[in-house]
Write a protein that binds this ligand. Structure first.
Ligand code: BGC
Length: 704
């Protein structure tokens, strides 16, 4: 390739000049390499982590990562990756801009739902499975955003001050797992880390940095407009590609100067060759040079109607079924006070067909506004299935709860509803005297983008509260109906203690952000076709102070944010401070019960394995999520319990199974800053196996 051709490979074509959210200008000629004719197409980069955004019509609205995290089910994480990959491939997208693996450092973080929550191990498993799934169908994944990038306010320039060990063990962990999964690309973030902007931070992305030392062989692409320094600075620091290639209000466009930098000798041609090689290698490795569909949509046309949008149908029945399955598998049953008469449920869950009069209350039950924010879903208007920003998807099609409920019960019950707004008079009025009231409430957040504000929230939530007086609506409905079932759709924790113990509230489902099949997925859980097995991927508490971190809102200029909490986020912090949350990490009920017995431990310095017997002791089949928490030797300075394993075990009533959970050497290690290596600390480890961080059923120890 000529110099110009190489520069065309590493530079975006501009925010508004591509059919995809990002693209490059490949050489216009073909090459013969080892007898094979190679023509490089424009490489299409597109959002988002939960399915195609701006992709014309006929795409599936998958649930975001926070919900697949709540399934604690690796095969579902993988299946979601495969299905998303198939849709990206079908639209001719070479690079899937996901998964997002940013740790939910604070529960109000605007983009927390795009990732897998506050726990690095769960995030690492989610990243690994998603990438393996997406890449199995020949689409490149691009893990983002390195990072750490954990709040929206001031994201274009805030400076994260994080120590080496905290970075390695928490924020880096899912990126490390991404490299293990052979991820093709990685996106650097807008913000600075330890005083240097992420995309020119050699400690992160350079030759000797974290990423390349881990063995990463793909390319690093800038977040859109995240190049804040000169072409030479970025290229020499390790940035392989700049997107979108021009200046988009917040920055960028620096690789326009790359040719001059090379002429001046500031960047070597060898470095440019390396950049091009890193970009082309995944394209060849995944076979995208053979039979990859041409790009057939136009991201510049959010409503999908212009001539460049061929509206190729990438939806399939299997994808729809999978979204419904993840929706029900991620629903977390937080409370269930069931009353039965001769075997039939009359209050609580699962619902029976003897329930004849049903009230549906709350605007979160109704169809959402399918056309808001020009491809960014920037409103909370109707049921909440995904947050806003680039992590949203097309939000083109959804089955809202009201439709699914009305349809499902038509032969045996009547539905009355008050759902056009959260009406504190109309809602209770419709609920009074009914056999059952299902009350819906939600909370939403998203990406800052170009300083967009949704009902006063600039990306990050302003507070933890339910939106649109949702908490008051729940209380007022519960006051008049003694069989009130609460359904929460939220991007993260919301306060519950003012109503969760109300005797008239017989059940609470935390359904998160379930994607387009939200209604059918809920029906499956409510009427018991699916026994709930979702578990909280974060702790729920009323008080933000219980989380030990905060969002920095209103200071100017760009703040320096010190991650002084170190390793102590979410349940790790609460445990260390003896804070009992309203519902803890890993918690979730089932319609059946499980017992744990006979723990055996086999451990050496290179791995450990833990076996125990799990029995379904209840009367219906269902899945249990046994969790393994490790207590490191006290000299190690770790939180008391850290998640290091989980499984998803489906058992018939009365069935038992021996479950084995293994932990690798790295998972038994801490990052030793002195030796700059993962080291297994010597001493006695405690092993905790149970149904949540607080519901430990078996304990053991081993000594290294
Ligand atoms: C977001 C990225 C996204 C990109 C392209 C940025 O503002 O931070 O996550 O992939 O835009 O839309």
């Amino acid at each position: 390739m000529t110099l110009d051709e190489k520069i065309g490979m590493v530079r975006g074509v501009g925010q508004f000049s591509s059919r995809c959210v990002g693209n490059i200008s490949p050489p216009s000629r073909s090459f013969v390499v080892s007898g094979t004719n190679i023509t490089i197409p424009p490489l299409c980069f597109n959002d988002g982590p939960a399915g195609i955004r701006l992709g014309g019509s006929n795409v599936t609205g998958f649930p975001p990562a926070i919900n697949v995290a709540a399934t604690f089910n690796r095969s579902m994480m993988y299946a979601r990756g495969v299905a998303i990959g198939e849709e990206f491939r079908g639209k001719g997208i070479h690079v899937y801009l996901g998964p997002a693996v940013d740790i939910m450092r604070n529960p109000k973080a605007g983009r927390g739902w795009e990732g897998f929550g506050p726990d690095p191990y769960l995030g690492g498993e989610g990243a690994y499975q998603t990438i393996t799934g997406v890449q199995s169908v020949g689409v490149s994944a691009c893990t983002k955003h390195l990072g750490p990038y954990n709040q929206e306010h001031w994201r274009y320039g805030l400076d994260v001050n994080v120590d080496d060990r905290t970075f390695r063990e928490l924020y880096w962990w899912p990126f490390m797992k991404s490299v293990e999964a052979n991820v093709s690309a990685l996106m650097c973030a807008y913000n600075q880390v330890n005083g240097t902007s992420s995309c020119h931070n050699a400690a992160l992305i350079g030759e000797e940095g974290y990423l390349r030392s881990e063995g990463f062989q793909g390319f690093v692409v800038s977040d859109w407009g995240a190049t804040h320094d000169s072409a030479a600075d970025n290229a020499n620091a390790g940035l392989d590609m700049e997107q979108p290639g021009d200046y988009i209000l917040i920055g960028g466009g620096v690789y326009a100067g790359l040719e001059a930098a090379i002429d001046l000798g500031e960047v070597t041609e060898a470095r440019l060759n390396e950049m091009v090689t890193r970009i082309l290698t995944p394209w060849l490795r995944l076979g995208q040079d053979q039979g990859f569909p041409e790009t057939n949509f136009n991201a510049q046309d959010p409503d999908g109607t212009d001539a460049l949008n061929l509206n190729v149908n990438v939806r399939t029945d299997a994808h729809t079924a999978l979204v419904r399955q993840i929706g029900s598998a991620s629903a977390v049953l937080l409370k269930n006070n069931r009353t039965t008469t001769t075997g039939t449920t009359i209050r609580g869950l699962p619902l029976s067909k003897s329930i004849k009069t049903i009230a549906v209350v709350g605007q979160d039950a109704q169809q959402l506004n399918l056309d808001c924010g020009g491809g960014l879903n920037e409103c909370n208007d109707g049921t909440m299935i995904i947050g806003w920003g680039s992590g949203s998807n097309n939000v083109e099609f959804t089955v809202p709860p009201i439709d699914a409920i009305t349809d499902f019960v038509q032969d045996f019950a009547t539905v009355s509803s008050d759902i056009t707004s959260n009406d504190l008079t109309g809602g209770p009025a419709v609920a009074e005297g009914k056999d059952l009231a299902i009350v819906f409430a939600n909370a939403m957040s998203g990406e800052l983008g170009f300083y967009n504000i949704v009902d006063g929230n600039e990306g990050d939530r302003n507070d933890l509260n339910l939106w649109w007086k949702g908490g008051s609506l729940i209380e007022d409905v519960a006051a008049v109906c003694n069989n009130t079932v609460v359904v929460i759709h939220s991007v993260g924790p919301v306060p519950m203690s003012s109503w969760n113990n109300h005797p008239n509230i017989t059940a609470i489902i935390y359904a998160g952000a379930p994607g387009e099949q939200t209604g059918p997925a809920l029906i499956d859980v409510l009427w018991g076709a699916v026994n709930p097995s979702g578990r909280l991927p974060f702790s729920i508490d009323d008080d933000e102070a219980s989380y030990g971190t905060s969002i920095v809102y209103g200071i100017d200029p760009f703040p320096v944010i010190d991650y002084t909490e170190g390793l102590f986020l979410d349940y790790r912090y609460m445990d260390s401070q003896d804070i009992t949350p309203v519902y803890e990490f890993g918690y979730g009920l089932s319609y059946t019960t499980f017992s744990y017995s006979s723990l055996s431990v086999e451990a050496s310095a290179s791995s450990a394995s833990f076996s125990f017997v799990l029995t379904n002791t209840g009367s219906v089949e269902g899945a249990e999520i046994p969790q393994l928490y490790l207590g490191f030797p006290s000299s190690a300075g770790e939180p008391d319990k850290v998640l290091r394993g989980f499984d998803n075990i489906f058992l018939a009533s009365g069935e038992k199974q021996t479950v084995t959970v293994t932990v690798s050497q790295k998972e038994m290690s801490i990052w030793d800053v002195v030796s700059q290596a993962w080291v297994v600390p010597s001493g006695t480890f405690n092993v905790y196996i149970g149904a949540s961080i607080k519901d430990i059923r078996l304990t053991g120890t081993f000594t290294i």
